[in-house]
Design a binder for this molecule. Structure first.
Ligand SMILES: C[C@H](O)CC(=O)SCCNC(=O)CCNC(=O)[C@H](O)C(C)(C)COP(=O)(O)OP(=O)(O)OC[C@H]1O[C@@H](n2cnc3c(N)ncnc32)[C@H](O)[C@@H]1OP(=O)(O)O
Length: 686
């Protein structure tokens, strides 16, 4: 679908006078420019034909539509297709479909997302199967709905719910859609099209109302009330994502429609949509969308036609934090799991951990009691290997270095079942079949799997290590801890490096540092800051003291005593304050912290640890919390240019040493002036 083309609609007219228009564009019936053209032709034909009284729109193979073809964004950005989107929103959806002389009904199964739901809302009624998902997730792609969604959804479900759906990008189930009035009837899959046909004929015969959603007014609040709701939404949007403009644009466009009328709102929406498609945020988020799906495409592995072997039962050795987290993730995805421990005490503790993980979901209202019972019944404990006979996979999660791991796990509040990323580490000896099997399991337990090679820290921690190192380097040379955290948070990270060290605990920080010092001594910045603080039992949030002081509600407050540790650490390292680094701009802080990360990511690519740069973008977003709207670490670096990054690192390495030394990969790319993520791909050496 690279050209954004393909796809069509099929028109069939039944003896009852109902024309069925089916969208055919596998796998999700996305709305490419070709589909829109064909939809227009089908509607025009149905409108003209005397034997057609009413129209039903549906999607092939159990999916209504996954929305506008996301490939077409790239085409619009490059100006390769000159189809005016206004022709789609106004001419097609509004003036052809909604205003037609013959009524239309959407028959929805599977999903109606983005442009798919917008098309359904332009029809005069919607019939759905109970399992279908309906939503307007455009904001997660950096745009706003561009097919009338900002105008029709509030008019169908009320402003507050419409705002929630758009601003969170979350789809709702058809059952909720029905209770909101977005869907007019729920029927089983086998009755879907027949019910929609009858509904359409009932509209013709005036037995059902002929609703044009764009002009509905009963669900829209009064202007005063609407303004209050919009004001609250603006504050929330700004709080949630201060760097993003498009959620605010979405709210403005909705307001325009309420104040100046829906038709004016439609044109505003279009204008804003076209501007946002060209934005860096949209380009970055679309890169993330495709990169995330691309992680499970591994050259030489997933292109061999291998089929994942079925895994019906899994055994886990070790019920510690990692083992129990993995067990939780697996039973949550309906895999029966056997948890093995070495004695009764550890086994009980392991089983209880899994229970507690699930119970916390019940407490938060994310899981019913019945579901809890059903899920926990998939878990059994054992002390021997007897029951391993019929398992298809064994996962080893045994604690080797007990004291170290206990320390790490005591500090680390990141259990496996909540982490979204799964690194699949392969060696030369790992068969492609195993990788295919694991990719399948990863997908089934709803993780994003990334296939990487074996090295210290694998991909995520290896890339991430210089992040905290650079931060500690800056602090020892005079930059303020809290200024660094502020700049990095403003950049879009969920927290700054020092707040993060506090969260994961100094035990993890120091243990990881030792690994890196051992493996990459030439480029590890050595500092006594963490060990000194550790000596005084300041080990992060768990001890209520680290780089911050924590109150009863776990709020972090700056600590005036911190400077004593920094000074002591400086004197041990023989480092003096550098006046240039005391007053760094936010831009400089960001670059001095992230360019070493980019540099390490280049090494990871060069060594073939990751097979493509997009995998590192996803690893950074899902493993490090790098802001997705910046497209991931390499995508962001390329927006600044390899030459620029090289020149800055080269300058700092002259002043401050090897830690900043540009890698060979970066140097080569900068010399040729080519992007770090360009297709001139490093061959995996595995
Ligand atoms: C004008 C309008 O207002 C603008 C819009 O409509 S913007 C588009 C709004 N729609 C969306 O954001 C939906 C995006 N898609 C999704 O959320 C999910 O893909 C989905 C829920 C539809 C399906 O999820 P799932 O079953 O897990 O399959 P998933 O792997 O994600 O997708 C299957 C394939 O369809 C592709 N795909 C999914 N939605 C697509 C879309 N809207 N356009 C183009 N391709 C799409 C994926 O890239 C993937 O391709 P691949 O097999 O080559 O990797």
């Amino acid at each position: 679908m690279d050209n954004g083309g393909n796809g069509r609609t099929v028109l069939e007219v039944g003896a009852d006078g109902v024309a069925i228009i089916t969208i055919v564009n596998p796998p999700v019936n996305s709305l490419s420019f070709d589909v829109f053209r064909s939809l227009k032709e089908s509607f025009d034909e149905a409108d003209k034909r005397e034997d057609v009284k009413a129209i039903v729109v549906t999607g092939a193979k159990g999916k209504f539509s996954g929305g506008f073809d996301i490939n077409a964004f790239g085409i619009m950005q490059k100006g390769m297709d000159h189809t005016n989107p206004g022709l789609i929103s106004v001419d097609l959806l509004t003036d052809t479909i909604e205003a037609a002389r013959k009524p239309s009904v959407a028959a929805i199964d599977g999903l109606a997302l983005g442009g798919g739901l917008e098309l359904a809302m332009a029809c005069n009624a919607r019939i759905s199967t109970p399992v279908a998902q309906l939503g307007l997730p455009e904001l997660q792609l950096g745009v706003i709905p561009g097919g009338g969604g900002t105008q029709r959804l509030p008019r169908l479900v009320g402003l507050a719910k419409a705002l929630e759906m758009m601003l969170t990008s979350k789809a709702i189930k058809a059952e909720e859609a029905y209770s909101l009035g977005l869907v007019d009837a729920l029927v089983s899959r086998d009755k879907l099209v027949s019910t929609a046909r009858q509904w359409a004929l009932d509209i013709v015969d005036l037995r059902r109302p002929w609703v044009r959603s764009l002009y509905k007014t009963d669900k829209i609040e009064s202007l005063g009330e609407a303004r209050e709701i919009l004001k609250f939404a603006r504050t929330q949007a700004q709080k949630r994502a201060p760097n993003l403009k498009h959620p605010l644009v979405c709210i403005d466009v909705i307001e325009d429609g309420i104040v100046s009328g829906p038709r004016a709102g439609l044109w505003k929406e279009l204008e804003a949509f076209e501007a946002l498609v060209a934005s860096d945020t949209c380009k970055s988020l679309i890169h993330i969308f495709f990169s995330q799906r691309g992680t499970s495409k591994v050259p030489g592995v997933t292109d061999r036609g291998l089929v994942p072997r079925p895994v019906k039962k899994v055994a886990i050795l070790g019920g510690g934090l990692m083992g129990s987290g993995i067990a939780t993730a697996l039973i949550l995805s309906s895999y029966p799991v056997i948890l093995k421990e070495v004695n009764e005490k550890f086994l009980e503790a392991g089983l209880n951990r899994v229970k507690a993980n699930l119970q916390s979901r019940v407490k938060k209202g994310q899981m019913t009691k019945e579901k809890f019972e059903k899920t926990i019944s998939l878990l059994t404990g054992t002390l021997d290997y007897e029951s391993f006979k019929d398992v298809d996979m064994v996962i080893e999660a045994v604690i080797e270095n007990v004291s170290l791991k206990q320390q790490i796990f005591a500090d680390l509040e990141n259990p496996a079942h909540v982490m979204p990323l799964l690194e699949i580490v392969r060696t030369k000896k790992t068969s492609p079949q195993i990788v295919v099997d694991l990719l399948d399991i990863g997908r089934k337990i709803r993780k994003t799997p990334v296939v990487v090679g074996n090295c210290t820290g694998f991909a995520v921690n290896r890339m991430f290590f210089p992040y905290t190192q650079a931060a500690i380097f800056l602090v020892e040379h005079g930059t303020d801890v809290y200024q660094i955290d502020k700049a990095i948070t403003k950049f879009g990270m969920p927290m700054g490096p020092f707040r993060l060290i506090d969260l994961v605990g100094f035990g993890v920080g120091v243990a990881t540092a030792m690994q890196f010092i051992e493996n990459f001594p030439e480029r590890t910045y050595k500092s006594m800051l963490l060990p000194l603080m550790q000596e005084d039992k300041r080990v992060g949030e768990a001890s209520r003291k680290g780089f911050y002081l924590y109150d009863d509600r776990r709020r972090a407050n700056p600590d005036p005593e911190l400077k004593n540790y920094i000074e002591k650490s400086r004197s041990i390292s023989g480092v003096t304050v550098d006046p240039k680094l005391v007053k760094l701009s936010e831009k400089d802080i960001i670059e001095m912290i992230f360019f070493p990360v980019v540099n390490e990511a280049c090494r990871v690519l060069d060594e073939g640890i990751a097979v493509k740069s997009a995998d590192l973008d996803i690893s950074a977003v899902m493993g490090m919390g790098f802001p997705p709207y910046r497209g991931g670490i390499i995508f962001w670096a390329d927006s600044l240019g390899s030459k620029y990054i090289y020149s800055r690192l080269a300058e700092w390495s002259k002043l401050y040493g090897e830690f900043f030394k540009p890698s060979a990969y970066l140097a080569a790319r900068a010399a040729k002036g080519i992007p770090l993520g360009s297709v001139e791909q490093t061959q995996s050496r595995l």
